[in-house]
Ligand binder design. Structure first.
Ligand code: 5GP
Ligand code: ZN
Length: 119
């Protein structure tokens, strides 16, 4: 696991980060899709019939801290790939940025929701 030390501010954040642990395989989470940039897994508390999370392997707190625009493009491409793989033609993507917007996990992620969306 390679961490980009420049992309987060406080060293303890990453050690405590639940998504870093998931990316690292600590909980044996089933990955629906994975590549060198990100992993995709089901949300533990789904807000729709299908609710997946696209999580980059590097720890970046939120969209506001992400300087890598090429990575952002590749993450959106992963949305396309995984929805195609899972035969989901119609879906909503959500990126909560900041506590007031409802961000709970401060490791950048894209929600993919489809079917009876309650978000
Ligand atoms: P946020 O509110 O930060 O945009 O979204 C965080 C999401 O992560 C929530 O929908 C929450 O249900 C999900 N989540 C939090 N902890 C875990 C976990 O340990 N495993 C999985 N699979 N999802 C989680
Ligand atoms: Zn993290």
């Amino acid at each position: 696991m390679v961490f980009e030390l420049s992309s987060y501010k406080r060293g303890e954040d990453m050690a405590d980060c639940i998504f870093c642990k998931i990316v690292n395989g600590d909980f044996n989470t089933k990955f629906i899709y994975e590549d060198e940039d990100a992993v995709v897994f089901n949300d533990i508390n789904p807000k729709a019939n299908i609710h997946m999370l696209v999580v980059p392997r590097i720890h970046v707190e939120s969209l506001n801290e992400c300087e890598d625009t090429e990575l952002l493009g590749r993450l959106l491409n992963i949305v396309k790939k995984v929805t195609k793989q899972e035969n989901i033609p119609s879906y909503r993507t959500v990126i909560n940025t900041g506590r007031d917007a409802g961000q709970e996990v401060f490791h950048l992620h894209i929600h993919i929701l489809s079917g009876d969306i309650k978000l």
